[in-house]
Design a protein around this ligand. Structure first.
Ligand code: PEP
Length: 280
């Protein structure tokens, strides 16, 4: 049974949007910014579906040094211009170094601050304490901390505490699966049953990343993508934010194409989320 009186209202407002343990914000977008055509097609689809948040990776931490590393600061001016054109209020963007936050800040100022940015800290940097302290020392930009893929939940929650203890009061925690052969054939072991656990243990809004958890477009016997099943499970468990990869042409994506949903899957995806949210 649900104990409504136990609901913990916390969180924050950013760019006019609520981020708390009751809200649900969908951040569909590109895993990695590749070219203006794809970014524009993506943002146009978001606007057509009434969305005002997105994910866009400019700085990509890659396993292979010869793989595409992201366009970095060079793409920021046109990404922010396009965000303004399509009324995008918030972009979640991974930063792997403190200097990236400064580059983003400068580019936003030069573009006339058309949108806000949530500083995403990836799973490879969950315990990069110097990065956490740098993002924690400012309170202008919210932080989205991915759980570490190979450490305990408690260790990841302690990492979030680094952001908060330095003074950032706008922290979102993201479940994105654990690296484990036991999760195969999924890319990671899906961990969305821990959404309510993190909400109970902390005051943070909890995000799920079904794309990096499941990592494929495999279809279940009922005809539904397993990635969509996982998302619905996370939303049904009370997730407050969904980070999900889409791409206008997944076969042309420079990073993680095999897990990207196509633009014509956006509308049914959002309808499913609506049903799951209502059922929560
Ligand atoms: C991402 O969201 O682009 C990403 C690299 O995720 P993770 O850090 O969870 O692997």
């Amino acid at each position: 049974g649900r104990h409504k009186d136990q609901q913990r209202r916390s969180g924050f407002h950013y760019q006019g949007l609520a981020f708390d343990q009751d809200s649900l914000n969908i951040f569909a977008g590109l895993c990695a910014v590749d070219n203006p055509k794809h970014v524009e097609e993506m943002l146009r689809a978001l606007k057509a579906n009434g969305l005002s948040c997105t994910r866009m990776g400019a700085y990509k931490p890659r396993t292979n040094p010869y793989a595409f590393q992201g366009h970095g600061k060079d793409c920021l001016p046109w990404v922010f211009d396009l965000a303004g054109k399509y009324d995008i209020k918030v972009i979640a963007m991974e930063v792997t170094h403190e200097s990236h936050m400064q580059e983003i800040d400068r580019a936003l100022a030069e573009a006339g601050r058309p949108c806000g940015v949530i500083m995403q800290i990836g799973t490879r940097n969950t315990q990069n304490f110097e990065l956490l302290k740098a993002i924690g020392k400012q309170n202008e930009y919210p932080a989205l901390l991915k759980r570490g893929f190979g450490i305990t939940l408690n260790e990841s929650l302690n990492a979030a505490e680094y952001l908060a203890s330095e003074g950032n009061s706008q922290v979102i925690f993201c479940l994105r699966g654990m690296k484990s052969e036991f999760g195969a054939p999924h890319r990671n072991m899906v961990d969305f049953a821990q959404v309510p656990t993190v909400k109970r243990l902390t005051r943070m809004p909890v995000c799920i990343d079904p794309s990096h958890s499941v990592g494929s477009r495999d279809v279940a016997p009922d005809g539904v993508l397993e990635l969509c099943h996982a998302t619905a499970q996370g939303v049904l468990a009370g997730a407050n934010m969904v980070l999900v990869d889409f791409h206008p042409a997944p076969t042309k994506a420079l990073v993680d194409g095999p897990q990207a949903l196509t633009l014509n899957e956006l509308e049914p995806f959002l309808k499913d989320m609506e049903i799951a949210k209502k059922a929560y």
